[in-house]
Design a protein around this ligand. Structure first.
Ligand code: WCC
Ligand code: FE2
Length: 644
C-alpha cells in the first residue's frame, strides 16, 4: 500500500488515504505502488497502430548521439512513432473539450428555440459580445435606421453558426480572428488554420494510420491545427456558450477541500465536466422543496461539492465549494458521508464504483457516452428537455439515501476560503484603467516591473508524483518572484485547498511588487479563471494584454509562460499544444511523452520557438520548473526593453 504522507502534500488527503487503508479499501494511491508504467510507452516510442506490432523502440543505452537506426516493422522511425502518438493525444484531448462544447451548443440551440424551460439565454451582454465574432449581426437596418436586432433572433443565429463550426464544409474557424492579427497571419503562413473542429480530429486519425504520414514535422503541423481547433474553437465556444446560458462568472467567495462536506447534511458530490447537468442539480438542491425534503429525512440541509472541472464550473457561477481535485475523487466517498456522487464525462475513475460498493454512496452516471460496467452504478440519463425532472430525481435519491449512512463517518477537518470567478471581463474590471479601460493597469504594472510577468499554471494531478506538491511549489515560487498567476482545472483546486486564492495570500507569499498591486486592487495573486475549457479565457486575456499596448504586438511578445506541473490527461497535451502554438513557452512536469525520440522532442522544445515564438519544455523539479518560466519571462522583458 501507499505511504499516505509520501502520496500527497495535502493533510486531508493523507488522512483519507490512511482511512481507506484501515478499512481495506484500495485507492489509486495503492495501485500506483503495485502497477508500474511501461517505460517505452511512457517515452512515446511504442507503436500499436497496426496488427503487426506493437513495435517497441526503447532508447539505446548509450543514447542516439551517433545516429538512430531504430525502426518498426514498416520502417517507422522513433520520431514518426512519437509524433503519431503525440498528435493522437492531441486528437483525443481536443475531442474531449470539443465534444463537451458541442453538447453545450446543442443545449444552447434548444434554449434558443425555446424547446426547454430549464435553460434560457441568461447573459444577454455576453451574447451581444460574441455574436459579431461569429459574424452574426446585432443590429438591423430598417428604412435607413439602425435598430437593435431581436435577442431571440440573435440567439438562434448564434446557435446555428456555432454548431456549424464543428462540421462546416468550407472556410475556417471564425474565432481564429480573435487572436492578435500577427498570430493569425503566422498560422496562415504555416497552413495550420483549422477548417472545422471535427475534421482536424479525423485527419489526425487518418494521418497516423499505418502507412500514411511519415514525417514528424508534417504530423506536428496537423497536431497544431487540431489543437488550435480546440483552444480557439471547441473550448472557446464551450466557455462562451456556457457563459451566455449560465452567466459570465464574477468574483465570489467559497471554500475548498474535503472539509466542506458536512456530517449533518445530505452531501451530493458532482464530478466531471459539463455544467449543463450540474447547473440544474445546483438549482434544484437549493429549492425550498428539496431543502424541506432533506429536513424531513433528518438532515439539516443539502451540501453540494464539486470535483474536477464540474467543481470549477459551479464554483465560479454559484459559489458551490470545491470538494477536491482529480486524485481525491475516491476519497470523497471514503469519508462515509457522500450520499450521492453524480458524474458526467471525463476524469472519472472506474474504481469509484468499487469504492462506492464499500459504503452507502449512490454512484450515478448521467451521460449516454459515459457508463460503467459495475452493477452497483445507477444510470440516470440526462436530457435537456426534462432537465429539472432528472435533477430532482437525482437530488431525491441522495436525500433518500441519507438514512442509509453507516455510523462510521470521518470528514477531514481541512478547508480553506477561496475567491474564484475571474475571467477576461472581471480582470478588465479589476486591472483595467479607470478611464483607459482594457488591461491598462495590468500592462502598466508589468511595464513598471511591479509585476514581472504572467504565469498560466493549469492541469491535472498525476498519481506518479506527490499529489499537489508540484502545483503549489510552482505557484508559490512564481508569486514570490512577482509573477501573477492565472489558474484553471485541478491546479486551481489545489491552490484553493492551500488557501492561495485569497487576497490575504499576497502578504504571505508574494514578492513586494506583486503584493503591492494585489493589495491596491484587492485581488488574490492567483486568479481562478475556471475549468479546463476555460483555458480559452487565458488565450483571450493574453490577447487583451496585447491590445492594451506597450507589451508587443503578439502573444509571443508578452512576458508570460504556461505550466502543467502534474499533467496526466490527453486534454492537457491538446491544451499545451494550442498554448504553444499561440506563442507561449509551456513547461510540463511528471514525464514527457516524446522523451524516447530526442530528435522529435528537440523539434518541439527548440525549433518550435523559431516558428511560433512559443515552445514546449519539460521539468519535473518544481523549483527549476518555475525558474525556467521566470527566465523566459525575463527574456521577453529584455526584448521589450523593460528589463531595467
Ligand atoms: Ni482538467 Fe486534468 Fe483536472 Fe481532469 S479536470 S484531472 S483534465 S485538470
Ligand atoms: Fe477539466
Amino acid at each position: 500500500v501507499a505511504d499516505p504522507v509520501a502520496a500527497s502534500y495535502d493533510v486531508a488527503t493523507q488522512e483519507m488515504i490512511k482511512r481507506a487503508q484501515d478499512l481495506g479499501v484500495e485507492t489509486c494511491f495503492d495501485r500506483a505502488v503495485t502497477l508500474k508504467p511501461c517505460n517505452i510507452g511512457n517515452q512515446g516510442t511504442c507503436c500499436k497502430n497496426c496488427g503487426m506490432g506493437p513495435c517497441r523502440l526503447p532508447l539505446p543505452k548509450g543514447g542516439v548521439e551517433d545516429g538512430d537506426d531504430r525502426k518498426g516493422i514498416c520502417g517507422a522511425t522513433a520520431n514518426t512513432i512519437a509524433a503519431r502518438n503525440f498528435i493522437r493525444m492531441v486528437a483525443a484531448g481536443a475531442s474531449a473539450h470539443s465534444d463537451h462544447g458541442r453538447c453545450v451548443a446543442e443545449v444552447f440551440m434548444s434554449a434558443a428555440r425555446k424547446e426547454t424551460d430549464a435553460y434560457q439565454i441568461k447573459d444577454i451582454q455576453k451574447l451581444l459580445q460574441i455574436a459579431p465574432r461569429l459574424d452574426v449581426a446585432i443590429t438591423v437596418e430598417r428604412d435607413g435606421e439602425v435598430l437593435d436586432r431581436d435577442i431571440d433572433e440573435i440567439a438562434l443565429e448564434v446557435a446555428e453558426v456555432a454548431l456549424n463550426e464543428w462540421g462546416k464544409a468550407e472556410g475556417e474557424l471564425k474565432y481564429l480572428k480573435r487572436a492578435p492579427a500577427p498570430r493569425y497571419e503566422l498560422w496562415k503562413k504555416f497552413g495550420v488554420l483549422p477548417r472545422n473542429i471535427d475534421r482536424e480530429v479525423v485527419e489526425i486519425m487518418h494521418r497516423t494510420h499505418i502507412g500514411v504520414d511519415q514525417d514528424y514535422k508534417n504530423l506536428m503541423k496537423q497536431g497544431t491545427r487540431c489543437a488550435l481547433a480546440d483552444g480557439w474553437g471547441g473550448s472557446m465556444l464551450a466557455t462562451d456558450l456556457q457563459d451566455v446560458l449560465f452567466g459570465t462568472p464574477y468574483p465570489l467567495q467559497s471554500e475548498a477541500n474535503l472539509g466542506i462536506m458536512k456530517k449533518d447534511h445530505v452531501n451530493i458530490i458532482i464530478h466531471g465536466h459539463e455544467p449543463v447537468l450540474s447547473e440544474m442539480i445546483v438549482a434544484v438542491a437549493q429549492s425550498q422543496e428539496m431543502i424541506d425534503y432533506a429536513k424531513q429525512a433528518g438532515a439539516k440541509g443539502i451540501q453540494m461539492g464539486g470535483i474536477c472541472c464540474t467543481a470549477n464550473e459551479i464554483l465560479q457561477r454559484h459559489g458551490v465549494p470545491l470538494a477536491g481535485t482529480f486524485l481525491q475523487q475516491e476519497l470523497a466517498i471514503i469519508t462515509g458521508a457522500c450520499d450521492a456522487m453524480v458524474v458526467d464525462i471525463q476524469c472519472i475513475f472506474q474504481n469509484l464504483a468499487n469504492v462506492a460498493k464499500c459504503f452507502h454512496t449512490k454512484l450515478i452516471t448521467t451521460h449516454p457516452i459515459a457508463k460503467m460496467e459495475q452493477d452497483n452504478v445507477l444510470h440516470i440519463e440526462f436530457d435537456e428537455h426534462h432537465a429539472v425532472e432528472d435533477a430532482k430525481r437525482i437530488v431525491k435519491l441522495a436525500i433518500d439515501n441519507f438514512k442509509n449512512r453507516g455510523e462510521d463517518v470521518v470528514i477531514p477537518q481541512h478547508k480553506n476560503p477561496v475567491i474564484a470567478g475571474f475571467g477576461v471581463e472581471s480582470i478588465e474590471y479589476h486591472l483595467g484603467g479607470s478611464f483607459r479601460g482594457s488591461y491598462y493597469t495590468l500592462n502598466d504594472n508589468i511595464i513598471n516591473g511591479r509585476i514581472r510577468g504572467i504565469g498560466a499554471v493549469v492541469g491535472c494531478n498525476n498519481v506518479r508524483t506527490r499529489h499537489n506538491e508540484a502545483h503549489l511549489t510552482v505557484v508559490k515560487e512564481l508569486i514570490k518572484n512577482d509573477v501573477i498567476v492565472l489558474t484553471t482545472g485541478c491546479n486551481a483546486i489545489a491552490c484553493g485547498m492551500e488557501g492561495l486564492l485569497t487576497p490575504e495570500t499576497a502578504q504571505v507569499f508574494c514578492g513586494p511588487g506583486l503584493a503591492e498591486v494585489c493589495e491596491t486592487v484587492g485581488i488574490p495573486p492567483v486568479l481562478h479563471v475556471g475549468s479546463c475549457v476555460d483555458n480559452s479565457r487565458i488565450l483571450l486575456a493574453a490577447t487583451e494584454v496585447v491590445k492594451a499596448g506597450g507589451l508587443g504586438k503578439d502573444i509571443s511578445d508578452v512576458p508570460a509562460a504556461g505550466s502543467a506541473p502534474e499533467w496526466m490527461s490527453e486534454k492537457a497535451i491538446s491544451i499545451g499544444q494550442y498554448v504553444v502554438a499561440s506563442g507561449v513557452y509551456t513547461v510540463f512536469g511528471t514525464t514527457f511523452p516524446t522523451s524516447g525520440a530526442p530528435v522529435f522532442q528537440k523539434y518541439l522544445f527548440e525549433d518550435f520557438e523559431k516558428m511560433y515564438g512559443g515552445m514546449w519544455d519539460f521539468e519535473p523539479d518544481p523549483i527549476k520548473h518555475a525558474h525556467k518560466m521566470i527566465a523566459h519571462i525575463d527574456k521577453k522583458r529584455k526584448a521589450l526593453g523593460i528589463d531595467k
